[in-house]
Structure formats: structure tokens, C-alpha cells
Design a protein around this ligand. Structure first.
Ligand SMILES: [Zn+2]
Length: 317
């Protein structure tokens, strides 16, 4: 090989490597950014602004009649799951982080059969999937096609459990809930809403009568992760607009990660104004009018503690 040919090959491989890094940034990004540098469970118990301790780890907060927030404020991501109790059955939205067993807490709140549905399939929302009477998932053809014999194994970049050293789980799916389906709990019903944005298979539950939306990781008082594999800014914007059209403006939005509030812990409650602010930020990002901090991810302010975190401009469109 001549020197000129060697330089040419070197240049080609450098361009190829840089291209692969840029396109693969969401995958590389989560491999590095999701590695914890704090313990999974803190030794200190935070002060509770709302709710009561169910044991030394879980907190329970009554949102209204038959609606309970079950929090894990000592878990480093401060997750909250939600239990809706009807007359015939109960519905658990998110299955806990799995760092402690959420099953006894749920059983202490209802004797009814429980159906569990995760807001999405990341590791911090699927802890007790398969541990209740029934497990439901959003009915998406690509998920159904992978469920051989009714059991689904999560994939590495769908689950993202490497930060907590968790292997992807395998669990039985008993019910596939279509976008828009009404789920009857006996004297109470919720509507299933596909809310892609954070992930493709993200789902929310709308209880119109109680004016409650359970929104998972679509919205919460912290950095919204739109740099992870499967996240999409276009879908985030479309879902935000769909929710703004659909929701009574007085709807309380219960979300999955609590605020880092020095005053203490409570269920992360948000409102339609937060959705409006998110729409505003997403439009400003699209038109290049928004200013960000950081490099990867780039962080855009939204409202209060809520920010929007994206990868490179060409990732996660
Ligand atoms: Zn989460």
C-alpha cells in the first residue's frame, strides 16, 4: 500500500467511526450516562410532605377515594407507582423499581385482583411485572409479535437495566390494551392512551371522572429523557398536543418521578400548564429558537424543575 493509499484508508475509517458514533450516540450515551454514582437506595429517610410510610422504604399517599400513590423516595430516582381501586378489580400503573418488593404494599391497600400495566418498559418501572393476577401491555404489533407463548423478554436498549446491573426480565402478558380502550374496574373506568415520546411504547391512563391522568415518564418535575433509544421529539410534540386537546384543563397529572425537593417527598403532581410549557419548548427547539446547556445530553428549560434533554440534533427526531 502506498502512503497516499494508507492516508486515504485512514481518512475513510475516521469518517466511518465518527459517523457511527454520531448515529449510535443514543446507545453509547445511555451506556455511560445511566451508570449510577450514588447508591440505589439511600440510607436516609426523607421527610414526607404528603403521605405516610408503609414500612421503612415505601410511602403511600391517598390522592382521592380509591387512588393511591405508592412512592419509593429512598430509591435514587424517586419513583412513584399508582394504584386505582374499583369495585371489581384494581389497577396498578407501574410495577415499582424492584429494588424492594412492592407486592405486600399493594396487597395491604386492596384485596381485589390486581392488573398491572407499566407506563413503559424501562428498568425502573417493571419491578413486579408478572407478580400480580394479570399483566397488561399496550397493544403494539411489534410487542405482540415478540411475545412467544404469551411471554415477552425485554431487550437491552428497551429495558436499560445496566445502570442498576439488572438483566432484562421475561414475563407473561395476559392482556393487550389498545390505544383508546376503556378499562372497567367496576364503578370506575380509565381510558388507555398511547403516549409515545419518551419511548415508542409509552402509555398513560386517563380517569375522566376523577380528572386524573397517570402519565409515567412523559412528564415529571425533572429532566425528561428524550436522548434515550426510541425517544422522539416529533412524537413528544404530537402526544403533548393530543393531551392538550383531550384533557379537561383542571386535570391533575400524576407522574412517575418525584422532584428533587429539599423540603421532602410527595407524589409528583403536575398540571396542563406544564404540558403547555412543554409544547412551547418543543416548538422552540424545532425552530432553533431555544437555548440549551450541555453537550450530550443538551438540556432545555421547560417550566420549574422540568427540563427537556436531547442528544445530537439528528438523534431522536
Ligand atoms: Zn423512569
Amino acid at each position: 500500500m502506498t502512503r497516499r493509499q494508507g492516508m486515504f484508508l485512514g481518512l475513510i475509517s475516521t469518517i466511518f467511526t465518527l459517523g457511527a458514533l454520531a448515529v449510535g450516540a443514543p446507545y453509547l450515551g445511555v451506556e455511560f450516562l445511566l451508570r449510577r454514582n450514588s447508591p440505589i437506595v439511600s440510607s436516609a429517610k426523607p421527610v414526607l410532605i404528603r403521605g405516610r410510610w408503609a414500612d421503612d422504604y415505601f410511602v403511600v399517599e391517598n390522592i382521592d377515594e380509591g387512588t393511591f400513590a405508592i412512592g419509593e423516595p429512598r430509591y435514587y430516582q424517586g419513583n412513584y407507582s399508582y394504584l386505582l381501586v374499583g369495585r371489581a378489580r384494581a389497577l396498578l400503573f407501574d410495577a415499582g423499581t424492584g429494588s424492594r418488593d412492592i407486592v405486600p404494599v399493594v396487597r395491604s391497600l386492596t384485596a381485589l385482583p390486581v392488573t398491572v400495566i407499566p407506563s413503559h418498559l424501562h428498568f425502573d418501572h417493571v419491578g413486579a411485572l408478572g407478580r400480580f393476577e394479570r399483566t397488561a401491555l399496550l397493544d403494539l404489533p411489534e410487542l405482540r409479535a415478540r411475545a412467544d407463548g404469551g411471554r415477552l423478554t425485554l431487550q437491552r436498549y428497551e429495558f436499560l437495566g445496566f445502570g442498576d446491573d439488572l438483566p432484562p426480565p421475561r414475563f407473561a402478558v395476559d392482556e393487550w390494551w389498545a390505544d383508546g380502550a376503556r378499562i372497567d374496574l367496576g364503578g370506575r373506568s380509565v381510558q388507555v392512551l398511547a403516549t409515545p415520546g419518551h419511548t415508542l411504547s409509552s402509555v398513560s391512563l386517563l380517569d375522566r371522572e376523577h380528572r386524573l391522568l397517570l402519565a409515567g415518564d412523559f412528564l415529571y418535575p425533572g429532566p425528561l429523557y428524550a436522548f434515550v433509544p426510541g425517544a422522539s421529539r416529533a412524537r413528544y410534540l404530537a402526544t403533548t398536543r393530543q393531551l392538550l386537546r383531550l384533557l379537561d384543563p383542571a386535570t391533575r397529572i400524576l407522574t412517575a418521578h418525584m422532584a428533587e425537593d429539599p423540603a421532602g417527598a410527595r407524589a409528583p403532581l403536575m398540571e396542563c400548564e406544564d404540558l403547555r410549557a412543554l409544547e412551547h419548548t418543543l416548538l422552540a427547539i424545532d425552530t432553533g429558537r431555544a437555548t440549551s446547556t450541555g453537550w450530550f445530553p443538551r438540556i432545555y428549560p421547560v417550566r420549574g424543575a422540568m427540563t427537556f434533554a436531547i442528544g445530537f440534533a439528528w438523534n431522536g427526531r
